[in-house]
Design a protein around this ligand. Sequence first.
Ligand SMILES: Cc1ncc(COP(=O)(O)O)c(C=O)c1O
Length: 346
Amino acid sequence: MDILSLVRPSVLNLKPYASAKDEFKDFKQDLIYLDANENPYENGWNRYPDPNQMDLKRKISKIKGISEKNILIGNGSDEILDMIFRVFCEPKDDNVLINKPTFGMYKVLASINNVLCKEVLLTVDFELDTTCILNTVDDKTKLIFVCAPNNPTGNLFKKEDILNLINNLNAMIVIDEAYIDFSDTPSWLNEVKNHNNLIVTQTLSKAYGMAGLRLGICYANEEVIEILKKIKMPYNVNILSQIKAISCLDHEAKIKNKIALIIENKNILKKKLEKITFVKKIYKSDTNFLLIKVDNANNRYKQLLSNGIVVRNRTNEPLCKNCLRITVGTEIEINELIKIFKKLDK
Ligand SMILES: Cc1ncc(COP(=O)(O)O)c(C=O)c1O
């Protein structure tokens, strides 16, 4: 696919800002740096961070088994999603497509960027309605967002449905894999070498336990990464986040153990919820949360809150009437939640 034909002309023609650290890249050498108007007195963060986050990329590249050239790092995946809008969507002219119910930021980012957001409902069993998607796109549709596993429904989509979109649409397919590390199903990131209209986003905020550091990852064909880099803010990932993330990622086994524990806790939570009579349905989840249908979500939400527990009320989302989304907490938090559910169930 001719990716450049999808990019906004102003971005194609853009001459990116060259920071001091872009112009002189060999900044690990012991030289006297008088090029960036930094404060010269060392305190650990008086210097600008590496704009290309090379050490962090190397680490991620090794863990995820993909070249550094296919990686872009953002201040959370929210920043990456916004960058994707700004690269591909001409305000007031282009449009994007989302599959409802889904992560709310796609629609918000469309509004911020003044881009029309077309919405297609998932099927009743939370699958992609590919026929409707293919009928809804037009030649101004630049991005199709596929959140897999999906927030708030918790499920993955059929591989053949996603491939159908990738192969048949003249648009970028953005697969948001914020929750993929909780799933056994392989990521789509290995497919970016086969499809240049595929962008995969992931985050260190969920399974990797670093939400406060704000680190999102984008995987795409090198050509796409290079275009995204053109509009990236020079120092979008601060020095402390880069250092801390690298040291956390050094302990991959510890992270993997925590992921396994969260999955185990999810299964325990599910079993306990099955015994509560006002819980009508527990949806299959490839994530660290459970979407449950209750008798009356508004009431149950308020009751939980007055007992000191905050969940997400999703009852106003399409296909989610009377649904609550519950993040899997620690064993103690799960026991507390269940204690209150049992009390309310009397
Ligand atoms: C599906 C999905 N994508 C992206 C994000 C944002 O992630 P980040 O913390 O990397 O900005 C979230 C956060 O809840 C999410 O649910």
